[in-house]
Design a protein around this ligand. Structure first.
Ligand code: FES
Ligand code: FES
Length: 173
């Protein structure tokens, strides 16, 4: 069947098997391999993307269910060559080891920061509670998210616009 959706700001249309999972559509049809596929049991969360602005485990979504929706993947975090503050936070606070869980973790933590700009450590732990880091790097994932929150807040105050400027955030680290 034919499915059309917006992925990272671009409309895409493809003929797909109705049973094709969104994670496989993104990776195998669109070549967006930043989204990982880890468990097949809806447990690990490395496949998290946004659908209509909400994080979803893309291994639990049939591709036709995403028809007409807006999908955002980890590839869209970087904008105009500038890393998102959550990406910078993962770098600054060593939020990844093997990196397998990282795309899903960053998509969830970016979403959390958009809902709650100053999340507590508990808020962050609750947000990622449906995801697994096999390297058990949770402590640094929490620190990375706090780093992004603090730098976005500092930049918002600094430029007076309320808009974060990731490049400035990195300079002020
Ligand atoms: S691959 Fe989707 S939850 Fe593990
Ligand atoms: S960094 Fe290895 S699974 Fe999380």
């Amino acid at each position: 069947m034919q499915v059309t959706m917006a992925v990272n700001g671009e409309e895409v249309t493809h003929d797909v098997e109705p049973r094709l999972l969104l994670v496989h559509f993104l990776r195998d049809v669109l070549g967006l391999t930043g989204t990982h596929w880890g468990c097949d049991t809806s447990n690990c969360g490395t496949c998290v993307v946004w659908m209509d602005g909400e994080p979803v485990k893309s291994c639990t979504v049939l591709t036709p269910m995403a028809g007409g929706r807006v999908v955002r993947t980890v590839e869209d975090l970087e904008q105009d060559g500038e890393l998102d503050p959550i990406q910078q936070g993962f770098i600054q606070e060593h939020g990844l080891q093997c990196g397998f869980c990282t795309p899903g973790m960053m998509m969830t933590c970016r979403w959390l920061l958009d809902q709650l700009p100053d999340p507590s450590e508990d808020d962050i732990r609750v947000a990622i509670s449906g995801q697994i880091c096999r390297c058990t790097g949770y402590e640094n994932i929490v620190r990375a998210t706090r780093w992004a929150a603090e730098h976005e807040a500092a930049v918002a105050v600094g430029n007076g616009s309320g808009e974060p400027e990731p490049q400035d955030a990195e300079v002020s680290a």
